[in-house]
Design a protein around this ligand. Structure first.
Ligand code: SF4
Length: 350
């Protein structure tokens, strides 16, 4: 066995984190947890994972569910394409793989939402396959172990995967991958790694050369763009009009209050909203008072959304666009939404 797993596995035996998907692990639990953990912190994932398991305790229940219920269980966790892909993959596994989650990396990678890292994690953790996994934590640890500074193109990636294959132990691969994840989370942290108590310090080139704090090299952060957004809260009696977003974009298939972005610096927001709703959806509205202003940051941009109380003019004659629905305000909680639409809905219902 290479000295890295030889030193790391005993450390893991003493220091492994207790996580809900690690107790009584099944391929289904491992798969759901790995998808939830993509770009999301462990602490954030735990309550979502527990609720998801209560609602969809096995693959069959997930495959049978409506997508809308899956999105609702995911609401607040973000990156909703993960939920849509998880649901699609569950149906494919039922139809094409007799309900059994595949164990090999190539088949796993053919499923929606599963890339190289996730496939390696599922194959090794759920099935003990000799496959490496390279999540953000493991990448950081490995870059430091190898003291890798900027390399052209995808050379860094190639080196990391080559090294991961080279040091992989012949047994306990899943534990080894999880040990690297835990080491990255608890010891080899992004800032101020605790090298003195690291079980791998004698193997670590960055520690020997005192470069650990500089690594991994960070790209200068681009300024996050801002969008000015307007939305119409169109009510009729006890109902409000919701629009469902297209399935293939951000917040796909989630419900929202119809609207959209307007140019920065627009001063007459009511007028801009009226024009936008007509141009996008062919609906004439009268815009009344402002209900609230909501700020939210997504990964690549942030928004300031102004929501306006509005009414359809000639409401009775209007044919609604597809994917629009009048919804009882008391039932808004059963429609999956992004953060801002949910805030507006809670205020409407209160
Ligand atoms: Fe990370 Fe330091 Fe351990 Fe190297 S010695 S793996 S930099 S914690």
């Amino acid at each position: 066995m290479h000295p890295i797993p030889e030193k790391l596995l005993p450390w893991y035996d003493k220091n492994a984190r207790q996580l809900p998907w690690r107790s009584d692990p099944t391929p289904y639990k491992v798969w759901v947890s790995e998808i939830m953990l993509q770009q999301t912190q462990v602490e954030t994932v735990i309550p979502y994972f527990q609720r998801f398991m209560t609602r969809f305790p096995n693959l069959a229940s997930l495959a049978e569910a409506d997508e809308s219920d899956v999105l609702q269980a995911w609401e607040g966790l973000g990156y909703y394409s993960r939920a849509r892909n998880l649901h699609k993959a569950a149906r494919i596994i039922v139809e094409d793989h007799a309900g059994q989650i595949p164990a090999d990396v190539a088949t796993l990678k053919s499923l929606p939402g599963i890339g190289a890292y996730t496939a390696g994690a599922i194959a090794s953790i759920a099935f003990g396959e000799p496959e490496p996994a390279l999540d953000a934590n493991i990448r950081r640890v490995t870059i430091r172990l190898l003291d890798l500074h900027d390399l052209p193109g995808n050379e860094t990636d190639q080196k990391l995967w080559d090294f991961a294959h080279q040091v992989l132990p012949g047994e306990r691969t899943g534990d080894y991958n999880q040990a690297l994840m835990d080491l990255g989370s608890a010891v080899c942290t992004p800032i101020d790694p605790a090298c003195r108590r690291c079980p791998l310090n004698s193997e670590c080139l960055a520690f020997q050369r005192d470069t650990q704090s500089e690594l991994p090299l960070r790209k200068a952060k681009a300024k996050i763009p801002h969008k000015l957004v307007v939305a119409a809260v169109i009510t009729r009696g006890s109902k409000v009009l919701l629009a469902r977003r297209p399935s293939d974009g951000m917040l796909g298939n989630l419900w929202e209050y119809p609207g959209g972005s307007v140019p920065e610096g627009t001063t007459d927001l009511k007028n801009a909203l009226q024009d936008l709703i007509y141009a996008r959806f062919g609906l004439s509205i009268s815009v009344k008072s402002e209900l609230g202003v909501y700020k939210h940051a997504y990964t690549h941009f942030r928004i300031t959304l102004h929501a306006f109380d509005s009414e359809l003019t000639a409401a009775d004659q209007v044919a609604l666009p597809a994917d629009f629905a009048w919804v009882e305000i008391a039932e808004l909680s059963s429609f999956p939404m992004g953060k801002v639409a949910r805030l507006i809905s809670r205020e409407l219902a209160s």
